[in-house]
Design a protein around this ligand. Structure first.
Ligand SMILES: [Zn+2]
Length: 269
């Protein structure tokens, strides 16, 4: 059996064990993230939003998400990572659904400042789709003006765990400054590029918090149940358009804490 097939079997065994042993009710605070939002994904995105609304969630900005609850009820913070023109094109969809989202943006690939090669290298590196299109800075400004929140996702989307500390300023603080100069406001939320456990460290988290970020967001699966809620360290689960809403809700309901503790590995593949 090939290595990736073995890995797939192992994940499905772990998943089934979680479904049986470690399934929780949906959390009161929920972080969900996406990447691109191409037109063909719109029906699945509509379905995701109506599923979550049906489960009683209201959609809030990252600032409202981290505030102590003032009224009971479930809160979800919807976020998008990387830098896609499809976000801008989906503004009417977000209006239609009355969702205000948070866009964690890489600053290298803006298509009015980066070269064509830089942009295709960027997409090749992050999702193997070198033909994708990135935002212009003006489009990001319009997204902010439409009421969405903008966070930082580093400059180039390198794996920060493999970069020496001397490069963190260029990757993280330079990116923060570019967004602040562009939008004329503080950028106080950061999401790790590649958000799995192995891609970040306590050192890196501390660095972000000491350098002007109020929160850092990860994307390691199975950690929505980390208690008590830490407004400086946000956990998010990826919503997969190709999977059914039920399967996505099941992923959210996995409590990966015991699995992580015993194996050091992430709970869901
Ligand atoms: Zn990313």
């Amino acid at each position: 059996m090939k290595k990736h097939a073995l890995k797939k079997v192992a994940f499905s065994v772990v998943r089934t064990a979680h479904d049986i042993l470690a399934k929780q009710p949906l959390p009161d605070r929920l972080g969900v993230y996406f990447h691109a939002l191409e037109k063909e994904d719109w029906p699945a995105f509509r379905q995701a939003i109506s599923t979550l609304r049906g489960e009683g969630y209201t959609f809030v900005s990252v600032n409202d998400y981290i505030r102590p609850a003032t009224n009971p009820g479930r809160r979800a913070f919807i976020s998008f990572d990387d830098n896609y023109k499809s976000w801008y094109e989906a503004l009417p969809l977000l209006d239609e659904l009355d969702v205000r989202a948070t866009f964690y943006t890489n600053t290298l690939p803006f298509r009015d400042t980066a070269s064509g090669d830089e942009i295709s290298d960027y997409f090749d590196r992050i999702d193997h789709h070198s033909d994708r299109t990135s935002l212009t800075r003006g489009e990001l400004k319009e997204m902010r003006a439409a009421g969405h929140s903008i966070g930082c996702h580093s400059h180039t989307h390198y794996n920060l765990a493999q970069l020496p500390r001397s490069k963190w300023d260029a990757e993280i603080l330079q990116s923060k400054r570019i967004l602040e100069d562009l939008l004329g406001e503080d950028i106080s939320h950061f999401a790790y590029p590649f958000g799995m456990r192995r891609f970040f460290s306590e050192d890196l988290r501390r660095y972000c918090l000491e350098n002007g970020f109020g929160s850092v967001a990860a994307a390691a699966p199975g950690l929505q149940y980390t208690v008590p809620f830490d407004p400086k360290f946000l956990h998010r689960t990826r919503w997969v358009f190709q999977a059914t809403p039920k399967r996505n809700l099941d992923d959210i309901r996995v409590d990966g804490r015991w699995f992580e503790k015993t194996t050091g590995l992430s709970a869901v593949g």
